[in-house]
Design a protein around this ligand. Structure first.
Ligand SMILES: Cc1cc2nc3c(=O)[nH]c(=O)nc-3n(C[C@H](O)[C@H](O)[C@H](O)COP(=O)(O)OP(=O)(O)OC[C@H]3O[C@@H](n4cnc5c(N)ncnc54)[C@H](O)[C@@H]3O)c2cc1C
Length: 404
């Protein structure tokens, strides 16, 4: 693409959804992605015809902006409902796996502590409190630490204790639902399908293996230098990379914005995904495994979309484990030797780790952005969910290009 209207740095769902809204408006968009594949955390892997997720796995009918994109790219007939196993999970405690549903979690609480905490806890305000502080008040500190905390940490694959209890960066959001769409779903072939569909649109060109190394603001927009020595220019730029990368790339031209980006804390997660023969596993079909005090935060399965022959599981490890240690722990939990693993896949992710005060940090970012022909997108604004990302991208596109 010779003269793109918009260059987007980062080919995850944030960058691709920004590209989608620009392409819908008739613009020519070039997406630059450093890795060998587009999709970022939408990371569906294959073993023959079987697919499973190393990254994001579940969408809801409240993901209305994502659904708008699916309608636009013609994927609504590819929605796959998540089945019965989505309601079951396995708790790993003292080396023992116990399968349960949401109600059985209640039975894990220390009821004396719960009854002691509840009367005052029910009147506690969330404002200014972390998730651990608020739910510790509501349920009792130990009930949070030993029961709710590990389940909440399984969602963002990192300790969620310091996340704000409400507002930007919190785990809980009220969204409107599309009642005409199934409640919880994935896509045929996995969530990576939507990334591929956006990248296939006529006005969008994508380049993988194309790391951006330097960005300069010019009189006519931005100039982008890639690691393989190409220089690209565009009147508008989209940045949809982790905040640490955006901070580094924007530092020379926009130091105030870079400083605001560097204030966003990150947490690393190392994922080991495996595909096994269905007959090799004794673990009942569950959506995920949640351990108490272990080297991994959760193991997410594809069991909610069952397959006749295979099962796939992604173990999300705390950083610092070697590949061999990860494989050993996975084998111990599943009771499987390495010879039973039909395929293994690894991924490293840096995720935002919002803290109390996140809303103020985001407000500082938005104020430093004001007036620039730069769309700053990602999972570090309102929240980590795919819908949060695509909402941000749409809002950024409309900020830069308000409808006439
Ligand atoms: C294990 C896991 C499970 C999840 N499960 C769910 C779920 O079930 N439902 C849900 O709604 N959300 C889920 N999420 C959250 C959601 O998937 C992510 O927050 C979202 O996909 C992030 O998209 P993004 O485009 O902002 O960032 P990313 O997906 O991280 O994309 C950023 C891209 O930028 C590229 N890049 C970095 N540096 C450069 C550079 N210098 N030049 C060019 N490119 C660069 C990266 O390679 C990457 O592809 C999950 C996340 C993880 C990690």
């Amino acid at each position: 693409m010779a003269n793109p209207d918009l260059v987007v740095v980062g080919g995850g769902i944030s960058g691709l959804s920004l590209a989608y809204f620009a392409a819908q408006a008739g613009k020519q968009v070039l997406v630059l992605e450093s890795s060998d594949r587009i999709g970022g955390c939408l990371d569906s892997r294959r073993h023959g015809d079987y697919w499973f997720e190393l990254g994001a796995h579940t969408c809801y009918n409240s993901y209305t902006t994502l659904i708008e994109i699916l309608e636009g790219v013609g994927l609504m007939d590819q929605l796959l409902p998540r089945g019965e196993a989505r309601k079951r999970f396995a708790l790993l405690r003292d080396g023992k796996l116990t399968t349960m549903g949401p109600m059985s979690v209640m039975l894990q609480f220390n009821w004396l502590q719960l009854l002691a905490a509840l009367p005052a806890g029910l009147f506690a305000k969330k404002t200014g409190l972390s998730t651990a502080q608020y739910y510790g008040k509501l349920l009792g500190k130990d009930n949070f630490a030993k029961v709710l905390g590990p389940f909440l940490s399984a969602v963002p694959s990192q300790a969620a204790d310091d996340f704000p209890a409400e507002g930007a960066g919190s785990l809980f959001k009220k969204r409107t639902r599309r009642e005409d769409v199934i409640k919880t779903w994935t896509l045929q072939g996995g969530l990576g399908t939507v990334a591929d569909a956006i990248a296939g649109l006529p006005n969008i060109a994508t380049r993988t293996h194309c790391a951006v190394q330097h960005i300069a603001q010019t009189a006519n927009g931005f100039e982008v230098l890639t690691a393989d020595g190409q220089t690209l220019q565009a009147p508008q730029l989209g940045m949809a990379v982790p905040p640490s990368v955006a901070a580094q790339l924007l530092q020379p031209s926009l130091p105030a914005l870079s400083e605001a980006l560097a204030a966003i804390k990150l947490a690393a997660v190392d994922t080991l995904g495996v595909v096994v023969d269905k007959s090799a596993l004794t673990l009942p079909e569950v959506a995920f495994v949640v351990p108490l005090n272990d080297t991994f935060f959760s193991a997410v399965t594809r069991d909610a979309v069952p397959d006749a022959a295979h099962r796939g599981l992604s173990f999300h490890f705390r950083p610092g484990q070697t590949a061999a240690q990860q494989q050993t722990r996975l084998g111990e939990v599943l009771g499987l030797g390495a010879d039973k693993l039909l395929a293994t896949f690894a991924r490293h992710t840096e995720l935002p780790s919002p803290q109390v005060g996140h809303a103020e940090r985001i407000a500082a970012l938005d104020s430093a952005l004001s007036g620039l022909p730069l769309a700053l997108c990602g999972n570090y604004f309102v929240g980590l969910a795919i819908e949060d990302c695509v909402q941000r991208s749409k809002a950024e596109w409309l900020r830069l290009n308000p409808p006439a």
